[in-house]
Write a protein that binds this ligand. Structure first.
Ligand code: GLU
Length: 312
């Protein structure tokens, strides 16, 4: 695979699915895999899988293998090798060094409690909006804990292929954000931007919970001088009380033995009801139908859907 040679071509499509191996594949992550896969295949493009295990404390041993086996069991076929973030720390380091040399990042000495003492303003993520304490340099006697990216006081706007126009002022809504954490781990925001660029990803299709991260990623792409892919944010599966299905909300693992019926439920969720006769058909028949039926315009432009009380 040579991303650089193809990624520059305006019509070339390369998508990806980038699960964090924090537990087994559940219905919510199956929906994200399916949306990104069908959008790539329906465009005649490539589809990559990347294991996002950069957050070591959250990584569950063997979860990555389980996710890959489940995807295979459903008949997903990825292109090239699976990229594993924990093997790419030198690339994240190189990107951080570049940002350091350009003065785009600064060391931060603040602990969580110091930030909480300095501000009560919330960021879009629900955490505290960093008040900029270390922006102009570390106070006497303070040691660096983390590295933060400076963000501008201007509005970023981009057109999401599903959710429409999205706007965010990074300084007012997010604040200078961490790229290297106090525990020595590289942040998701840095790893995802470095890897999407390194892999020549041209189209990102993922859950809407990451819509609010997109302006941060676009800003980081601009600081690193790499291309910005197109973005499409799928609705996420929520439970009866509106929480996103995740390991934290005890989402059940999906079993590829469920085959076409499970894929049909995921397609229904994405606005593509599957003809009844395909629910029990071999998965190959369902894939043929789904790749030709896929149209991103049919995906509901909403943030969360509770799938009608069905047991999934
Ligand atoms: N690893 C992230 C997750 O599992 C997805 C990252 C992305 O698609 O940009 O939520």
């Amino acid at each position: 695979m040579n991303p650089a040679s193809l990624a520059g071509s305006p019509s070339f499509y390369r998508g990806r699915f980038a699960p964090s191996p924090t537990g087994p594949l559940h219905f919510g992550s199956l929906v994200a895999a399916l949306g990104s896969y069908l959008d790539a295949r329906a465009s005649g493009g490539e589809w990559l899988v990347r294991i996002e295990d950069v957050d070591e404390p959250r990584t569950v041993p063997a979860a990555a293998d389980g996710i890959l086996r489940t995807l295979e069991g459903f008949g997903f076929e990825w292109d090239g090798e699976v990229l594993v973030q924990s093997r790419r720390l030198d690339h994240y380091h190189a990107a951080l060094v570049r940002l350091q040399l350009d003065g785009d990042v600064y060391p931060c000495a603040c602990s969580r409690s110091e930030i909480a003492a300095a501000t009560s303003r919330k960021s879009v993520d629900g955490g505290l909006l960093y008040p900029g304490t270390c922006r102009a340099g570390l106070a006497e006697g303070k040691a660096a804990r983390a590295w933060r990216l400076r963000v501008p006081d201007r509005e970023f706007s981009f057109v999401d292929r599903i959710q429409g126009e999205s706007r965010q002022n990074l300084e007012r809504e997010v604040g200078d954000f961490v790229l290297l954490r106090a525990d020595g781990q590289y942040a998701y925001q840095l790893a995802v931007v470095v890897d999407d660029a390194a892999q020549g990803v041209s189209a990102v299709v993922r859950g809407v919970d990451l819509l609010d991260s997109t302006a941060r990623q676009i800003w980081l792409q601009q600081r690193l001088g790499v291309a910005t892919p197109s973005y499409a944010h799928l609705p996420v599966v929520v439970n009866a009380v509106g929480e996103k299905l995740s390991k934290q909300t005890k989402a059940a693992a999906v079993d590829s033995a469920g085959g076409s019926a499970v894929l049909a439920a995921a397609l229904q969720f994405l606005g593509h009801p599957v003809p009844a006769e395909l629910h029990r058909a071999p998965v190959a028949d369902l894939w043929n139908w789904a790749i030709s039926a896929w149209s991103i315009g049919r995906v509901p432009a909403v943030r969360g859907i509770f799938p009608g009380g069905e047991v999934l």
